[in-house]
Ligand binder design. Structure first.
Ligand SMILES: *Cc1c(COP(=O)(O)O)cnc(C)c1O
Length: 401
């Protein structure tokens, strides 16, 4: 009762309690209405309380919730087929989260080499600024000191390289390199895009050295950047295709679910008994994920995401022109966009929140926007008005330099 908390203090949260959502809007317990350009960090891809997802979930909830993977789970085959039909992949392993999808990706890559007798081939090359989750292996992969400190020895076999530095990458490759792990666009790292040419180069480099290419598309996947997966921007005929890919966030539209996708030969590395999960891919998650994929891959959906992404990007570019002392640059693709801030990004996010607009911070002092992919142009224009009201207030308060 009262003000006493019983949850861990892991999150520094504003005192707002949301009790209801509808589309791009959230409502708190005091009756305030917010425009949500965070979508639960790129998760509510189809908006809050999407009627089609509510129907898919409630229909399944009345039938069967859970059996574990002791038995084939209804829906897994359908979702896996949809994912494979639209990607490089032949096989899918379902998880509950992004970090678990990464764990599966890392284990698959190492086991693939192990099965071929390359037992020392365990090293995963990663990039500074990366974020792959909060488990012990994924904080080692992310290599951010602030996430590693105090949690014991860093898990071995992860080598972090300067972002975008192909020379450093070439120099780091040796006979113990198992895989290269990369986000096509760093999300938490500050909406930092890997150039398309580099993704194509990575594919060739991996082929040349027998290394596996792993993409972390946990944040960038499921239509977020205007393609089903962000690496498709670097070529739709496999020029930049990975061997393994981790997916989560948008996949369940708000229902927790992740997936590790792989080519047949690579997926075959994990034989019966080598990996598993109690909850992963349960019937509720599969019912929702199937619907999400059907909607996102329907004719015209991604075209609309691209059009709205261009509109938001144009609005943000105008904001950069208008407030050169507050923000300096627009980044990103589709509906995963960032404003590089000059003042602390947290000040801008707080000022937006005063205007009942929600955005989320990212590394490199960036204000990140990841609205529901279903946001309308009118709702984007409404967001623009709120941004201008917030930034006008900040520009007036800021001392002239
Ligand atoms: C969010 C995120 C993760 C971790 O996902 P969780 O579901 O929080 O475990 C991993 N990689 C990227 C790129 C992410 O954005």
């Amino acid at each position: 009762m009262g003000a006493e908390k019983h949850t861990f203090s892991t999150y520094a949260q504003p005192d707002i309690e949301f009790v209801r959502g509808e589309g791009v809007r959230l409502y708190d317990n005091r009756g305030n209405e917010y425009l949500d350009l965070t979508a639960g960090i790129a998760v509510n891809a189809l908006g809050h309380a999407n009627p089609e997802l509510v129907a898919a979930l409630t229909e399944q909830a009345g039938k069967l919730w859970h059996t574990s993977n002791l038995f084939p789970v209804q829906g897994q085959e359908k979702v896996a087929r949809l994912l494979c039909e639209h990607t490089f992949a032949d096989r899918v392993f379902f998880t509950n989260s992004g970090a678990e999808a990464l764990e599966c990706s890392i284990k698959t890559a190492r086991r693939y080499h192990y099965n071929r007798g390359d037992t020392d081939r365990i090293n995963i090359l990663t990039f500074e600024g990366a974020f792959h989750g909060r488990t012990l292996a994924t904080i080692a992969a992310g290599a951010q000191p602030k996430y590693l400190e105090g949690f014991g020895p860093k898990a071995p076999g992860f080598i972090s390289l300067p972002f975008g530095d192909e020379d450093a990458l070439n120099a780091a490759i040796d006979e113990n390199t198992a895989a290269i792990l990369i986000e096509p666009i760093q999300g938490e790292g500050g909406i930092r895009e890997v150039p398309n040419q580099m993704l194509r180069d990575l594919r060739q480099l991996c082929d040349r050295h027998g290394i596996l290419l792993i993409y972390d598309e946990v944040q960038t996947g499921i239509g977020r950047t205007g393609k089903l997966f962000a690496h498709e921007w670097a070529g739709e005929n496999g020029e930049a295709a990975p061997d393994i890919m981790a997916v989560a966030k948008g996949l369940g539209g708000g229902f927790p679910v992740g997936a590790c996708l792989a080519r047949q030969e690579v997926a075959d590395a994990l034989t019966a008994g080598t990996h598993g999960t109690t909850f992963g891919g349960n019937p509720l998650a599969m019912a929702v994920a199937a619907r999400v994929l059907e909607i996102v891959t329907a004719d015209g959906f991604l075209e609309a995401v691209n059009q709205k992404g261009l509109l938001l990007k144009q609005m943000l570019a105008e904001i950069v022109d208008r407030y050169p002392r507050l923000v300096s640059e627009v980044r990103g693709k589709g509906l995963l966009l960032g404003l590089k801030a000059i003042v602390p990004n947290t000040d801008i996010i707080a000022a937006f929140r005063e205007q009942k607009l929600l955005a989320v911070g990212a590394g490199d002092n960036v204000v990140r926007f990841a609205p529901p992919l279903t946001i309308t142009p009118d709702e984007l224009r409404e967001a623009r008005e709120k941004m201008i009201a917030a930034l006008d207030g900040m520009a007036q308060a800021a001392p002239a330099t």
